[in-house]
Write a new protein. Structure first.
Length: 165
């Protein structure tokens, strides 16, 4: 009996020691905001959004192909949609375009001056419709997590219109 009692006490002490030394496995680790920010910054290893037509390209050529498709698609749409202006205007605006994790484009923020709205009253709808003319893109990939990510970029646009007669 005494041997059994000693054996059960030794077993009980071993279990307690295992539990106490294993508690570090249950501790939570907190990642600082600074570490998250550093890991989230865009790096040269990350892959920006793209189109199927740009698949054979890499690096800056891939980026230029992407920008060229967006620029030419928007320019073509603007040229066919803005047929008249109420007054002559030349203005530069910055259009923010968002691309979600599925590769869909959406209209970000943009500030139209009152002069531009007076010259081309439907300008907001034209810009919104133009974004939806863009083909579906391949979303950006953040390489350190291997996941699709949402992105946004700014596109400067110079609008020049002559008053229609």
């Amino acid at each position: 009996m005494q041997v059994l009692s000693k054996l059960s006490s030794t077993f009980f002490v071993c279990i307690i020691l295992c539990l106490l030394t294993g508690c570090h496995l249950f501790e939570s680790t907190k990642v600082s905001n600074q570490e998250i920010e550093i890991a989230s910054k865009w790096s040269s290893k990350d892959i920006g959004p793209s189109f199927d037509a740009c698949d054979s390209l890499e690096g800056e050529d891939l980026s230029n192909c992407f920008k060229e498709i967006i620029s030419s698609t928007l320019l073509e749409y603007f040229s066919s949609s803005i047929s008249s202006a109420n007054k002559s205007i030349q203005e530069e605006i910055v259009l923010v375009i968002k691309i979600d994790k599925q590769g869909n484009f959406s209209f970000g923020e943009i500030n139209f001056s009152n002069d531009l709205i007076d010259a081309i009253p439907d300008i907001e709808n034209i810009f919104s419709d133009a974004i939806y003319q863009l083909p579906e893109a391949k979303p950006a990939i953040k390489s350190n997590v291997g996941a699709f990510v949402s992105t946004e970029f700014q596109l400067p646009i110079i609008i020049t219109a002559q008053e229609s007669q």
